[in-house]
Design a protein around this ligand. Structure first.
Ligand SMILES: Nc1ncnc2c1ncn2[C@@H]1O[C@H](COP(=O)(O)OP(=O)(O)O)[C@@H](O)[C@H]1O
Ligand SMILES: [Mg+2]
Length: 491
């Protein structure tokens, strides 16, 4: 239940809460330790001062000069009959009492022998606590505790009264209680400083944390709204955070890059469909026009109708070819249609040259064999690629010109090439010939579709390879297909 509430909060709120909570805990712990330390130090110092003040007074009443160790030579009296504690108790108590400290003298049984308080402004003494004065009677020198009496804070301490200085024998106890007003004043001020300081630090910390999370997460929020806009079809949108060099900036850059690619591929697809529709429309218009002329009675004129028929046949053939190529392309887009088999190139080419001779239309066709080599290839596709290239070569050469094919082994690549001595490709056309439906001037005249080289490129890329073209206008063209060779294939 609480878990889902936590996750229902925004990341910004969660971070701020975590950050603020942690800061508060750390500051309070530190402040508490500091405060307790000061308090115990002040109480300790007060107790020491009171004890130091009491010591000479106690010694004066308990050990008169003749019982003290002599300054010069004489040894102290060996025996001492008694100390009449009851007799000196009232003097002792009186002398130990001052404006803020009151003394009580207790005997071994815990009876109060004397109270030092005489004046009304002197504080009242708390009644002695057996737990504490028994410890003093047992010989403990530093028994202190704090207590409240009539709303006044007191430090109470006990001093054992000994038979002689350093003796084990204890006659009674003095209880001194002193007002803690000055200590409490200092502690109050310290508490105030700590509370205000911690509050200020928390405020500044929270503001800083909020600023940081807002600056980090604000850009994420921006990305979310950009995503939504793109989802609605606005592909031109970008997050655009070039000034950010951190992870969020990298994410934004990767995102923008992705959208750019998607936009480009969308545009290419649109262009492709438009081109395809255009290419289909021309032959259909011609067909329709010819049919209309025929229906209006042209069939009565045998020469005219024969020409029209021929026209229609050519257009229909072009249409069917366009459909075939479009289908081939769409199949390749579905990818993984490559069915590779290990093929010996010499065998493949010797059988291919027989079919090629039928397409050559009087061109001088020759094969230049490369090293004997076997490679993993889709032979159906290879044949189609060569057919397309050969078809182009035939259409852009004159009768009697030479066309040669061959293969070679490059560095990790199988190179299959076809070269012609024809008209070549204009340098303006060269960068575009692999684009769908792109045709040079003569290509259009020759009645192609502009998809032949697009198919070649797609097929060689489906093999993991690439295609390269070199051409010199007026001298000829050479296409090279590169197929990757995995490992040594020599046999
Ligand atoms: N061997 C070649 N010699 C000269 N130009 C060529 C040759 N091969 C291709 N081209 C040029 O590249 C264009 C695109 O070729 P392709 O994609 O096969 O389309 P198409 O052959 O249907 O025109 C052709 O129109 C032509 O201008
Ligand atoms: Mg072609």
């Amino acid at each position: 239940m609480r878990d889902s509430f936590w996750h229902s909060l925004s990341l910004k709120t969660r971070l701020a809460l975590l950050y603020g909570g942690l800061l508060a805990v750390v500051l309070c712990l530190l402040g508490g330790v500091l405060y307790l330390n000061t308090r115990s130090f002040l109480l300790d110092a007060t107790a020491k001062r009171i004890r130091a003040q009491a010591k000479p007074v106690i010694e004066h009443w308990l050990y008169p000069a003749e019982f003290m160790p002599p300054l010069w030579g004489q040894s102290p009296p060996k025996t001492r009959n008694s100390i009449d504690l009851e007799r000196i108790a009232s003097f002792l108590a009186r002398d130990l009492t001052s404006r803020d400290t009151v003394a009580l003298v207790l005997d071994r049984q815990g009876r109060v022998l004397a109270v030092g308080r005489r004046l009304p402004e002197e504080p009242e003494a708390p009644s002695p606590q057996p737990f504490y004065y028994r410890r003093a009677l047992a010989g403990e020198n530093e028994v202190n505790y704090t207590t409240w009496l009539n709303r006044r804070h007191l430090l109470v301490l006990f001093i054992p009264l000994r038979w002689a200085p350093g003796s084990e024998e204890i006659l009674g106890v003095v209880q001194l209680s002193t007002l803690l007003t000055p200590v409490d004043k200092i502690l109050f001020r310290q508490r105030l400083v700590l509370i205000v300081g911690i509050g200020l630090a928390l405020l500044v910390g929270a503001a800083l944390g909020l600023f940081l999370t807002t600056s980090v997460l604000g850009d994420l929020t921006r990305m979310v709204s950009t995503c939504r806009a793109i989802a609605l079809g606005n592909l031109g949108q970008r997050v655009n955070l070039p000034h950010r060099r951190d992870e969020v900036g990298e994410l934004a850059q990767a995102f923008d890059h992705m959208v750019e690619r998607i936009e480009a591929s969308f545009a290419a697809q649109k262009r492709f469909v438009a081109n395809a529709a255009h290419e289909l429309r021309t032959p259909v218009t011609v067909l329709l026009g010819s049919l209309e002329v025929l229906m209006r009675g042209a069939q009565d004129d045998p020469t005219l109708s024969a020409g029209l028929m021929q026209n229609m046949y050519r257009e229909a053939k072009g249409l069917s070819r366009l459909c075939e190529e479009l289908l081939d392309l769409s199949r390749l887009d579905l990818s993984s249609h490559v069915k590779k088999e290990l093929a010996d190139l010499e065998t493949f080419f010797s059988s291919y040259m027989e079919k090629a001779a039928l397409l050559a239309q009087g061109r001088a066709l020759s094969l230049e064999k490369g090293p004997s080599l076997a490679a993993e290839l889709d032979l159906g596709m290879l044949e189609q690629m060569l057919n397309n290239l050969l078809d182009n070569a035939v259409r852009h050469t004159r009768e009697g010109d030479s066309i040669s094919l061959g293969w070679n082994q490059g560095d990790g690549w199988l190179e299959i090439w076809i070269a012609d001595g024809g008209e070549g490709i204009h340098s303006q056309d060269l960068p575009h010939i692999f684009e769908p439906f792109y045709q040079g001037m003569r290509g259009k005249e020759a009645g192609g579709t502009g998809l032949g080289l697009t198919l070649v490129k797609a097929m060689v890329e489906a093999h993991g390879g690439r295609v390269q073209v070199e051409s010199e206008p007026g001298h000829g063209t050479r296409f090279t297909l590169f197929f990757p060779l995995d490992g040594p294939q020599e046999d």
